[in-house]
Design a protein around this ligand. Structure first.
Ligand code: PLP
Length: 468
């Protein structure tokens, strides 16, 4: 399989070449030159497979020429009962006759990002061992991504993680989850400032190209193609385990921020999975809901970004959205470049409402958004009616899913985090603490390992130089 860029670079790279890369050199995002197709007969054959076997079948065409035996070993080591709590790896949790949750947050950090990140840890380790190189991952986090990355990379050969977080501004649970890791290759850097300052420090270090090169600095961002494709697997698993007969319609509702998770669902559909409709759910940061209603895409500035009770969806621009637009515009890279480079650059927005492609987008993806009160109400209703506790991000998905139910079409809402991660909001909604998975018991009492730093780029560079 060869990969091309949404902004015109020809298909000439393979999976190994793009695995450790961010943006393509032309500023675009990488996509495979085509999507492998699965017929209904193929899907029937997949229906009996275990999760790792299914992952092998879905990933194989994307990673070739990687050795098949190596990929098989990789997915078997990644998707285990030990890491994901059960041999099923992802779980279907019925709420009522029409709506079920797709439980993809059973991994070590209790959010869906583990599904891709755990595989990425092994892929990175293998690629680095092959090239004899090392990688120092530098990132900033306000919660889920940073912890998923640390749990995926802990103890891996050739990899160190330097993760910046805003000192004292994450929930006690999130803080303990990251800072309690004692592995020598994990560096928690607590910055005495807000998240945006952490992100600015990462940008400043990354833009010092000679420092970046000599210290082998890389990132794990949400535009990494391997992350997207690892997420495709659970849409197949969710569909195949839910329908009675392959070919029956099923819709998915996806709580969305950077458009990574729902992009994976779009890819699954392109591969032949009979998804009826995708329901995109946002919180008050409704950039994407606005687009699917109006055809206008207008990223916001940080000043316009709301801090909400579903914080992992508090985004101002959806970094994976360009991939979807490229596909839906007939893979026209000149058009994609015009929209994302020229129009966003010059006008701060673009409008495709009059394009025939936009009606195709609206037929595929419908959308909605929630607010704090609606999330609380949804958490309460689901608890009262189904005795299931859901986290505020999943509540956003359930709330928006209700508005888009269609007769005879079951709905799977992607459970993007477990409620234990957001207990304060659960207490506010239903007056009780959510249950914790056994592995997370007494997390806050464990010893913590982190360094406190002022928002000073030179101090950060000195720390990195000292520890690589
Ligand atoms: C990251 C995250 C999201 C948003 O996913 P995207 O892939 O960015 O759309 C939603 N919910 C939770 C809990 C998350 O951690």
């Amino acid at each position: 399989m060869f990969y091309l860029s949404t902004r015109g670079e020809a298909a000439q790279r393979q999976f190994d070449d793009i695995l450790l890369e961010g943006l393509a050199p032309d500023g675009g995002l990488y996509l495979p030159e085509h999507y492998p197709r699965f017929s209904l007969d193929d899907l029937r054959r997949l229906q009996t497979l275990s999760y790792p076997e299914l992952a092998f079948e879905i990933l194989q065409p994307y990673v070739e020429p990687m050795d098949a035996a190596a990929l098989r070993a990789l997915v078997r080591a990644t998707y285990t009962a030990e890491v994901f709590g059960s041999a099923e790896v992802v779980r279907i949790k019925p709420l009522d006759a029409r709506i079920s949750l797709l439980g993809v947050s059973e991994g070590p950090t209790l959010a869906f990002k583990d599904m891709a990140m755990q595989l990425l840890g092994r892929l990175f380790e293998q690629a680095l061992a092959k090239s004899g190189q090392e990688l120092n991952i530098l990132g900033a986090t306000s919660g889920d991504t940073g912890s998923a990355a640390e749990y995926a990379m802990r103890g891996r050969r050739g990899i160190r993680v330097f993760m910046l977080s805003p000192f004292g501004k994450m929930s006690p649970f999130q803080t303990a989850q990251m800072y309690s890791l004692a592995d020598a290759n994990i560096h928690n850097i607590a910055v005495q400032d807000v998240f945006d300052a952490c992100q600015d420090m990462v940008k400043a270090v990354s833009s010092d190209l000679s420092f970046k090169r000599t210290k082998r600095i890389g990132t794990i961002n949400s535009i990494n193609w391997a992350r997207v494709v690892a997420q495709v697997v659970y849409y197949f698993a969710g569909y195949l385990r839910s329908v009675r007969g392959v070919g029956e319609p099923l819709s998915f509702a996806v709580p969305s921020g950077n458009f990574g998770n729902i992009l994976a669902a779009h890819v699954a559909r392109q591969m032949g999975l009979p998804i009826h409709r995708l329901v995109l759910a946002t919180n008050e940061n409704n950039v994407l809901d606005e687009f699917f209603r109006s055809g206008v895409y207008r990223p916001r500035g940080t000043a316009e970004t709301h801090h909400t009770s579903s914080p992992s969806m508090d985004i101002s621009k959806a970094s994976n959205f360009e991939r979807y637009m490229f596909d839906m515009l007939g893979r026209d890279s000149a058009r994609t470049r015009d929209l994302f480079e020229r129009r966003l650059g010059e006008q701060g927005h673009f409008d495709v409402s009059h394009d025939p492609a936009f009606s195709r987008m609206q037929a595929e993806i419908v959308s909605g958004h929630s607010n704090h009160a609606l999330r609380l109400q949804t958490i309460r209703e689901v608890w009262e009616r189904s005795s299931v506790m859901i986290d505020p991000h999943t509540a956003d998905g359930v709330a928006v899913a209700h508005a888009h139910l269609e007769p005879g079409v079951p709905m799977l809402v992607v459970e993007t985090a477990l409620p234990a991660k957001f207990s304060a909001t659960l207490v506010e909604a239903i007056g009780q603490e959510p249950q914790r998975p056994a592995a997370a018991e007494s997390l806050e009492q464990r010893p913590q390992k982190f360094v406190v730093m002022k928002p000073d780029v030179d101090a950060l560079k000195a720390y990195i130089a000292e520890h690589v």
